[in-house]
Design a binder for this molecule. Structure first.
Ligand SMILES: *Cc1c(COP(=O)(O)O)cnc(C)c1O
Length: 445
């Protein structure tokens, strides 16, 4: 426990219960260098995941047209959003120095959401393991474009990949699984949008619609996979492979920052704001970044006021043993990718001493951010992906944020900071739905 952070957790829990926006500082945080070596996931595991994605790149390049220019790597650009920054400063009447960048995972090839990093990795990991078991592959140096061959496809046809999701995990894992030749079953929770179901079905994916929340949809999928020895379940709540896929964003981002001459060190802190659902994607990205920058990178997780599952899990230290319903909160939000009432046990525990804090935002605020980003930068992101955009405001324009800056000795370094909001999805949202989201924010401005 860090004795220096002054924060009234009881008051914060009260505000969370009242669904008021909060900023919570992680008072269980420990210096990353103190944790290195004691953690379940090592830097070697991340390197292994990176190497696997490189092995598959020739195959991916061959079967997904939009990955050709990246040589089969599934990566997104990062760009400065200075007009959005000025508008944010004007709207909230505060100022923050330093660059504000947007990580454009809304543009990730194949799936257009951050899920592509984790889900596609896990599908490939599974396919590779089966191929070695069967003797289709004998060495990492073998030609992986064979995955597109009839021989491989016929082999994988015997197997099924099952997943439970609010939608986006289904798209990433479903589309890649279908390309490998797997049968795919996607179990969807009530938030799942019709267009996501239609899209998956058009890719030959079997979609099961459940009138239940995310946790229940995942349970349905898990049960269905358990009874079939040829089925493999991608478990959003427990999967270490998904997590590893997300961690590879760390070394990729490092290279992008080097390419843009952006320095990250003790005097040049990096602040990253990540939308958080079950916790896998923000947790994995944070983990990858901390392995590189230690605590010179500061990572904040953003959740809807109606779905503060990670925050509740961390503040109570009950992790996945508490849900937003236990707190009398309904779990309903426009930020559908974040509609996860209970956090992931492994990620929440792993993050407990690592991530730096979390905040919540209302649906109304999310709507407005979505519309503003479209108006001033001509960038459309989906509602869940707006959550990181307000991060600098929380840090610079609230008492808790000021407390954080003082506590971490950051006040004299603010001019050297780089801020990154992670835009976790958006480009796949159909045009007519984009218009609806946009108008929603317009009427709230
Ligand atoms: C899933 C998702 C997230 C959050 O990722 P988790 O691993 O669930 O925390 C954020 N944004 C979008 C668009 C998503 O689909």
């Amino acid at each position: 426990m860090n004795v220096n952070i002054k924060q009234d957790n009881e008051k914060i829990l009260g505000d969370i219960r009242d669904r008021k926006p909060v900023l919570w500082l992680n008072d269980h945080h420990l210096p990353f260098k103190q944790l290195r070596g004691q953690l379940d996931v090592s830097v070697l595991d991340i390197k292994d995941a990176e190497a696997r994605l490189k092995r598959f790149a020739p195959f991916i390049k061959e079967v997904f047209e939009d990955t050709k220019i990246l040589d089969g790597l599934i990566e997104s650009p990062i760009s400065e959003i200075s007009d959005f920054k000025s508008t944010l400063e004007k709207t909230y009447q505060f100022q923050f120095p330093g660059k504000f960048l947007l990580k454009r995972d809304d543009l990730l090839p194949i799936a257009g959401t951050i899920k592509a990093r984790g889900a596609i990795y896990e599908v490939l990991h599974h396919a590779e393991a089966l191929a070695f078991e069967e003797g289709l592959l004998n060495s990492y140096e073998d030609d992986y474009t064979q995955f597109a061959s009839k021989e491989f496809q016929d082999f994988f046809k015997q197997y099924t990949v099952v997943v439970g999701t609010t939608g986006n995990l289904g798209i990433s894992s479903g589309v890649m699984s279908a390309k490998i030749g797997f049968n795919v079953q996607v179990h969807m929770s009530h938030e799942a949008k019709q267009w996501k179901k239609d899209y998956l079905r058009s890719h030959g994916v079997q979609v099961f619609e459940h009138k239940t929340n995310f946790t229940e949809a995942v349970n349905k999928g898990r049960l269905s996979a358990e009874t079939d020895p040829y089925a493999y379940f991608i478990d959003d709540e427990h999967s270490i492979q998904l997590f590893l896929g997300y961690t590879t964003a760390g070394p990729r981002l490092k290279q992008q920052l080097i390419d843009q001459d952006i320095l990250v060190d003790e005097d040049h802190p990096l602040m990253v704001y990540l939308p958080c659902g079950v916790g896998g994607s923000p947790g994995g990205v944070t983990y990858g970044l901390k392995q590189i920058y230690g605590d010179n990178v500061h990572c904040f997780f953003a959740q809807p006021t109606h779905v503060p599952s990670m925050l509740l899990g961390q503040i109570s230290q009950k992790f996945a043993d508490i849900s937003v319903y236990d707190f009398g909160i309904d779990g309903l939000t426009v930020m559908d990718g974040l509609a996860v009432p209970r956090t992931s046990q492994i990620v929440a525990k792993l993050m407990s001493a690592i991530f730096d804090g979390g905040y919540t935002l209302t649906d109304k605020e999310s709507n407005r951010l979505l519309t503003t980003l479209k108006d001033v930068e001509d960038i459309f992101v989906e509602p869940a992906a707006t959550a990181g955009l307000v991060g600098p405001q929380r840090l610079f324009n609230t008492e808790a944020g000021q407390n954080y800056l003082r506590h971490k000795n950051l006040t004299d370094k603010v001019a050297n900071m780089t801020h990154i909001a992670w835009a976790t999805g958006g480009s796949m949202v159909p045009a007519d739905e984009q218009v609806l989201f946009y108008e929603n924010g317009k009427s709230n401005q």
